[in-house]
Design a protein around this ligand. Structure first.
Ligand code: NDP
Length: 329
């Protein structure tokens, strides 16, 4: 299917520099963890990608294990890329990762050079790409020497199979060590991908500072806490929602009365700001300039519209920030 992207797609998006690198990322990036596996209709996945690109979202985030089944998000993305985006490859930043269980045996998980190099080769085949723009180590490996993992990232960059190296889920102190090793190897870390939202503020306790000081970007995953920081669950659990999908990451048990009480208070603050809670939650994550991009998921194009419309209402007064802190207590 030919793609005729919107001619004004670069007008409304904001592009923010990732640390002290040459790369600017869209303030909103799209993740393919959900809604791109074999259990999803490929026409919906295609529509989400096309819609995002039309709105200036140039960054699509994947991992070897996204699906289900693992690998299928990369395969489906590869197909859509071939069919729709072939002429636009150089307008895209495509990332993938390795670090979680991908295949059986001792070489299909964690952080060895053996696993990372093989996994990236498999990812490239599934997506039909010669290189990805960003290759992440997906989570720290307590057993493999950090030097080995960072040398593997440096190696794939030197091979040309990835343009930039990156980290995800590393705590502040380990991130600092990894960033220093990569710098010494001559392959600076482009960006770090932590979980960061109103409900997960650990990165404020040192990580964001570490990244800012080191000139490394920060892309916040699950900025809507998987959909909890939206109006989705205010009236119960909709059938077509993630919480109703049998996900082990978001289910009824996590939507406690205490959490929903906070969501209601936050929703009231968002209404006073004349925006949706989802929009306020994204703007809140982006309030720190050291955060390069918010990495959202979407099951519907309207959710991407919400995120992009947020850019027009980004500022917070001190009293709004204090009200948000109070609602989260
Ligand atoms: P979010 O917190 O943005 O949650 C996305 C979900 O929220 C959507 O699927 C949708 O749920 C709901 N939603 C989105 N917008 C709206 C809206 N405007 N109104 C109502 N509901 C809305 O992010 P994810 O948890 O999906 O993670 C995003 C990406 O981050 C992943 O795809 C992946 O790329 C990355 N990630 C990285 C990890 C890592 O370890 N590095 C771990 C997890 C994610 P619904 O389906 O119910 O409609």
């Amino acid at each position: 299917m030919s793609l005729f992207p919107h001619p004004d797609r670069y007008q409304q998006m904001e592009y923010r520099r990732s640390g002290r690198s040459g790369i600017k990322l869209p303030a909103i990036s799209l993740g393919l963890w959900h809604n791109f596996g074999d259990s999803t209709r490929v026409d919906n996945s295609r529509e989400l990608l096309r819609h995002a690109f039309d709105l200036g979202i140039t960054h699509f985030d994947l991992a070897n294990n996204y699906g289900p089944p693992p690998g299928s998000a990369e395969e489906n993305f590869g197909r859509i890329l071939r069919e729709d985006f072939r002429a636009h490859r150089d307008e895209l930043i495509i990332s993938t990762k390795a670090g979680y269980t991908m295949w059986q045996g001792p070489y299909g998980d964690w952080g060895s050079r053996k696993y990372l190099v093989a996994s990236l080769d498999q990812s490239l085949k599934r997506m039909g790409l010669e290189y990805v723009d960003i290759f992440y180590h997906h989570r720290p490996d307590p057993e493999t020497p950090l030097e080995e993992t960072m040398r593997a990232l440096d190696h794939v960059v030197r091979q040309g199979k990835a343009l930039y190296a990156a980290l995800s889920n590393y705590p502040a102190d380990l991130a600092a060590e990894a960033i220093a090793i990569l710098r010494d190897l001559g392959t600076p870390c482009l960006i770090h991908q932590p979980r960061y939202s109103m409900f997960e503020r650990t990165p404020e306790q040192g990580l964001i500072q570490t990244l800012g000081d080191a000139g490394v970007g920060c892309i916040a995953f699950s900025p809507l806490a998987g959909g909890v920081l939206t109006d989705r669950y205010l009236q119960g659990i909709p059938e077509d929602s993630r919480a109703a999908s049998g996900s082990k990451f978001l289910n009824e048990n996590q939507l406690t009365d205490e959490k929903m009480e906070k969501v209601r208070k936050l929703n009231a603050i968002a209404q006073q700001r004349e925006q949706k809670l989802a929009q306020m939650a994204l703007a809140w994550v982006l309030r720190d300039e050291r955060v390069t991009s918010v990495l959202i998921g979407a099951s519907k194009t309207a959710q991407i519209d919400d995120a992009v419309a947020m850019l027009a209402r980004r500022q917070f007064s001190d009293s709004e920030l204090a009200a948000i802190d109070a609602a989260l207590l």
